[in-house]
Design a protein around this ligand. Sequence first.
Ligand SMILES: Nc1ncnc2c1ncn2[C@@H]1O[C@H](COP(=O)(O)OP(=O)(O)OP(=O)(O)O)[C@@H](O)[C@H]1O
Ligand SMILES: [Mg+2]
Length: 358
Amino acid sequence: MTPLLELRDLVRAFPVRDALGRAKGAVRAVDGVSLAVAEGEVLAIVGESGCGKSTLGRLALRLIEPDAGSIRFMGEDLRALKPADLRRRRRDMQLIFQDPFASLDPRMTVEQAVSEPLRLHGIVPRAQEPARVAELLARVGLRPELARRWPHEFSGGQRQRIAIARSLASRPRLIIGDEPVSALDVSVQAQVINLLQDLIAELRLTFVLISHDLGVVRHIADRVAVMYLGRIVEEGPTEAVFRAARHPYTRALLAAVPGQGGRDGGKAIPLEGDVPSPIDPPSGCRFRTRCPYAEAVCAERMPELEGAAHRAACHLQDRLPPPRPPAEHDAGGERLRRLQAYFTDRHIPTTTMGATKT
Ligand SMILES: Nc1ncnc2c1ncn2[C@@H]1O[C@H](COP(=O)(O)OP(=O)(O)OP(=O)(O)O)[C@@H](O)[C@H]1O
Ligand SMILES: [Mg+2]
């Protein structure tokens, strides 16, 4: 089956200038990313701040131009489309931003904001616009009479619902949500995530979720891609990645979140030190400067993604200790094992352990 979206070897760098405006290098924000998203799939892109997630999302929709690589969407080469054809294609792909303040024009009523894409793409005849707007508002859990109001009259969560209604107006096939809930109150985040999840199922949307909230990602994504300094270091089905992360970086990310596993049987992997500068990334594997397992080969050669459905770019992936299951599922067993180790070290028989009543 051909994927709905297929990115191949995408590269995008941004020039870095000194105080006098002279070019002094380039940030390789996305540096050789290949990724396919199947129709109806929810793919999450995760990674620390600055690793290139937003840049990748914008490249995928050709909102910014890549320096190299290809983007195929619905079987078409997006880079080859003329501006008019690209505009037409845009109705099928939408972006939801983190900040609903920034994405809604304060001078447009809700009705105007939601009907603008309807008109732009000629989705319904003009006379049917109010009815369609009311329908879209209902679909995102807002009362249709709110259509006459202005964005500033709404809470952050409501505003994000309006932004979602607007993005649904053109009946897109693909939506990219760039941290769609992280600017919202924690209490509202779950509601908006549930709404997104319902919409994905109901409208059979293909959704790319950019997020650093691994709890949310595990909850709604079918597949996860982990980025580090402009490259994908691991990619696979969500549960496989969470239960048995292959890349030390993924394990470190998971270990930073309570209850998400990621510790491994060997060394604990704290994410210490700063992310290296993307202007001058380390040779070979970019994670090696923070990786507790790094060997000589890691500095010499850049690892490629290896594997079938679950892939990782790590020279040592077959030699790492197996990941340990999340502590929350195994807290009792873990304590018992530690206790047993204590007694074994001191040559105390442990056969009666667990039988004592206290
Ligand atoms: N327009 C730009 N001009 C210059 N540098 C940029 C530009 N956009 C992004 N960058 C740089 O590219 C790198 C990747 O940025 P990007 O916004 O894609 O990261 P991100 O993973 O989305 O981070 P965050 O989680 O903080 O949103 C960063 O080093 C950033 O400073
Ligand atoms: Mg971002």
